[in-house]
Design a protein around this ligand. Structure first.
Ligand code: VGL
Ligand code: ZN
Length: 208
């Protein structure tokens, strides 16, 4: 069974959003083509879904400003602008993303005390989201990962898929993803490659 994992294609990470990724909305038409024509049996979308007082927000740290380094749950933490707060339009999926074909939505980042870049588990690895169990139950053996942002949630989700589902073939779809920092994207791609994640384009997938 082939699955597509769409990471955080939400207003907050697109132009006009609170944590806009450069060119973030460019992933939407590519994701839609994969949804329609990619031949997937299972389609999952993750949704960054923070309480208003989430500890990853710079606003929750005295004297901090967005993009400073801080600490959360005993780990170094980039302090973000308030983003993807539950129930706000910032947290909604991009309006053009074709959600009709999405089988499962995995929300994450609800615990104010820890961040969750990965759609599989919190950054401290203490709590699982349930996504690994869902994919196993669906007998998924191939997983393509894409979305926003390459250097954070996409990378951590792809690496956790490798760690937590070692029998699944995992690929990163480069043109269906955008990152926050250009060097961060390069490093993320090297790290994913080194950990056994394949790198593909949507054209390669659609040509199969
Ligand atoms: C993300 C930073 C904070 C992401 C989420 O989706 O990549 N990045 N929260
Ligand atoms: Zn977040």
């Amino acid at each position: 069974m082939k699955a597509l994992l769409l990471i955080d294609i939400q207003n907050g990470f697109c132009p006009g959003g609170n944590l806009a990724v450069p060119d973030g909305d460019a992933v939407v038409p590519v994701a839609n083509r994969l949804i329609r024509e990619g031949g997937y049996d299972v389609i999952v979308a993750s949704q960054d879904w923070h309480p208003a007082d989430h500890g990853s927000f710079a606003s929750q740290h005295l004297g901090a400003k967005a993009f400073d380094m801080g600490e959360l749950s005993g780990q170094p933490q980039v302090l973000w602008p308030d983003h993807c707060v539950q129930g706000t339009s910032d947290a909604e999926f991009h309006p053009d993303l074709e959600m009709d074909e999405v089988d499962y939505i995995q929300q994450k980042g609800e615990n104010a005390g820890v961040d969750s870049y990965s759609a599989f588990r919190d950054n401290d690895h203490a709590a699982l989201t349930g996504l690994a169990g869902y994919l196993k139950a669906q007998l998924v053996n191939e997983l393509d990962v894409c979305g926003l942002a390459t250097d954070y949630c996409v990378k951590f989700s792809a690496l956790d898929a490798r760690d937590m589902l070692p029998d699944i073939k995992v690929r990163f779809v480069s043109d269906a993803s955008r990152g926050i920092d250009p060097q961060g994207v390069k490093d993320a791609i090297s790290e994913m490659k080194a950990r056994g994640v394949g790198i593909v384009t949507s054209d390669e997938i659609l040509a199969d």
